[in-house]
Write a protein of this length. Structure first.
Length: 299
């Protein structure tokens, strides 16, 4: 059974490339850059080749090429020109497009080749901050708008998870620093989006901190067990979809009462769901962060 997504609406193209549907139609009619197909019931759609071409056209346009100029370039020469520009500058945008293609095609080889090319130009940490975080943000939006299926998201995130684990293992042998802090990383119950938390674990371990990664869907009550073993704990959590808006305030209040009951215990939290609450009136001992980088900077 062929699971590759090979039919796209113009709204799909807008979501995937960031180019407005109105602009796509102009490029199509005025410059003949795309040639939509039609189903048996006369509904317009675009194939995978059209999507790939639009990514390349957008890339060239963002790098100073006018659409009128791009329209004169032979179709088979466009990918070569994109690769040439990407090798000289703006590697990030090209890599994100390549990862999108690998996701839509379930193409592991393209993912690995793109990743290895990036590592020739930057280290893993920079790759995650500059490529993977923007990519994951886009993937989240694509999933919300039904442009991609859960299978696409799981395919990509499983490969990213693999890379984080490999790189975390590489830094595990670093000597633990003399800090008395122990970081305990967990996700609340029914929260399963762990990539951000995994990368925080990598960053903490690479800096020599004691970091205990508990993973997803951890009951609050079970966290109290850690306090029998460590004197100074900073719990770190990532609220992507849980707790739900109506429950976040109560969750944080309960956490504060149950766990942040000494001067040596804190909760550091980040994630999309924090947008739903008043961050200026959080319970004592709970600190919000707007990004992974800002959290790591405080360590």
């Amino acid at each position: 059974m062929n699971n590759i997504k090979n039919k796209f609406s113009i709204k799909d193209l807008e979501n995937l490339t960031g180019i407005k549907a109105h602009t796509i139609r102009i490029w199509e009619k005025r410059y003949n850059l795309l040639k939509p197909k039609r189903t048996g019931t006369n509904i317009r759609y675009y194939d995978l080749a059209s999507f790939q071409k639009l990514l390349n056209v957008s890339y060239l346009n963002n790098n100073g090429y006018k659409i009128s100029k791009i329209a004169t370039i032979k179709e088979q020469e466009i990918p070569d020109l994109v690769r040439k520009i990407a090798s000289e500058s703006n590697l990030e945008s090209h890599a994100i497009n390549a990862f999108k293609l690998s996701m839509l095609n379930f193409d592991q080889a393209l993912f690995y080749n793109t990743y290895e090319s990036l590592l020739k130009e930057m280290d893993f940490e920079d790759t995650f901050y500059e490529i993977f975080i923007p990519l994951l943000t886009e993937i989240g939006l694509l999933w919300q708008t039904d442009t991609i299926s859960p299978a696409h998201e799981h395919f990509l995130t499983s490969l990213l998870r693999q890379k984080i684990l490999i790189n975390t293992e590489k830094v595990q042998s670093k000597q633990i620093n003399k800090s008395t802090k122990t970081f305990v990383l967990y996700l609340p119950e029914n929260e399963i989006h762990e990539l951000g938390l995994m990368f925080i674990n990598h960053q903490l371990v690479s800096k020599g901190y004691q970091s205990i990664f508990l993973g997803f869907s951890v009951p609050m009550e079970s966290l109290k067990d850690l306090q029998n073993y460590y004197d100074e704990i900073i719990y770190v959590s990532y609220f992507t979809v849980k707790p739900e808006k109506a429950d976040i305030d109560d969750y944080l209040k309960d956490f504060s009462k149950l766990l942040v009951n000494t001067t040596n215990t804190e909760l550091w939290v980040l994630g999309h769901m924090l947008n739903s609450i008043d961050l200026d009136n959080l319970p004592s001992g709970i600190s919000p962060f707007n990004s992974i980088q800002s959290l790591i900077d405080k360590v």
